[in-house]
Design a binder for this molecule. Sequence first.
Ligand SMILES: Nc1ncnc2c1ncn2[C@@H]1O[C@H](COP(=O)(O)OP(=O)(O)OP(=O)(O)O)[C@@H](O)[C@H]1O
Ligand SMILES: [Mg+2]
Length: 382
Amino acid sequence: MAEKILVVDDDLDTLKLVGMMLQRQGYNIVAAINGAQALSKVPAEKPDLILLDVMMPDIDGFEVCRRIRTDSNYASIPILMFTAKTQVDDKVQGFESGADDYLPKPTHPAELLAHVKALLGRSRSTSTATTVPVKRARIICMIGAKGGLGTSTLAVNIAATMAARKQDVILLELRPGLGIAGALLGINKPSGLTALLQRKPEEMNTAMVEKEIVGHPSGLRAVLASTEPHDYAMIVQTARIEAIVTSLASLTQNLIIDLGCGLTEATAKLLMGADHVVILVEPMRHTILMAKALMTDLETLGLAKSRIEFVLVNRERSSLQMGRAKVEEILTQPAMGMITPAPELAYQSAESGVPIVARDPSAMVSDQIRQVTDRVMAKSRG
Ligand SMILES: Nc1ncnc2c1ncn2[C@@H]1O[C@H](COP(=O)(O)OP(=O)(O)OP(=O)(O)O)[C@@H](O)[C@H]1O
Ligand SMILES: [Mg+2]
């Protein structure tokens, strides 16, 4: 069956021209000459794609777009904004209102057709996909054998190391309500993850996710968790979490996810789709046994052992702890890296909002973090 495109434009000539061009390509065309008509035709016609003009006398394209996006039945219809407004601000406003793509007028028919085909192709593949979504980024999941081992600190610092090397990286702090990365990066009141988790998965699109990414002077980008403990309840929103990760994976080459500790439905799914899983462990017998149990769980779920690595984090200067060799013996696997105690630097870093590796690049712990980063990056993608 031919795909249906709703073309919205108050200029009748454009409407005819574009409509005829697309019709010749085999699409089924429905037209609307203003915003109100467009809004009534969406539920009546259920188009597969909407080509939307911005400047219209009644309701403008931005508003039409916003209203379509608030109705969960139609929120996932791809919208291509097609307009004479070419300022950057208009483009930003277009994406903010929920458009998937943007073309300035006048556009060459071949270019318009290419965009239409790409958008329809993408939406066909997402609506028929039942398993793992298309991903482009290398996904690195960081998980603690238990809480408080320094998982977030390491995730932030690996991401900061990559950004300092001009590598394209996004950090996702999947700790709703328990955010710490904002403090470590000097970003006030982070709310990106909470805002996204409030969206239904079918409403989520890449533009929306992109809006919640915060930038850092180092070049690092991040979606950060809030510090409102009640937000933690949203960790059960597996479909929403998967939709966020799918979008982020399409926006970067490297996605680092701070999973905290423990397995939830969502974290287990993400771990299965990860290229690399880094488990943090401390030199204490009970924690090592928890790390081993976690690895067994992940293998039982189907994750290849070759994707799992351990990093030994020792946060305390104490002669009572076991050495690396003993830890590896109990783990029955070598550790990929080791982080030694740096309490003063960890404290100063959190106080100043500057990651450890940037605050004191010559410290031993910074060197250790860079080594872990190198090893993760050197591994082939899973
Ligand atoms: N190498 C280190 N030496 C000393 N202290 C450290 C080191 N790394 C992290 N810390 C400190 O340990 C504490 C816990 O770190 P962090 O918040 O990163 O742990 P986490 O595993 O993410 O915790 P949670 O389970 O709460 O998410 C912080 O106070 C941090 O500054
Ligand atoms: Mg943490």
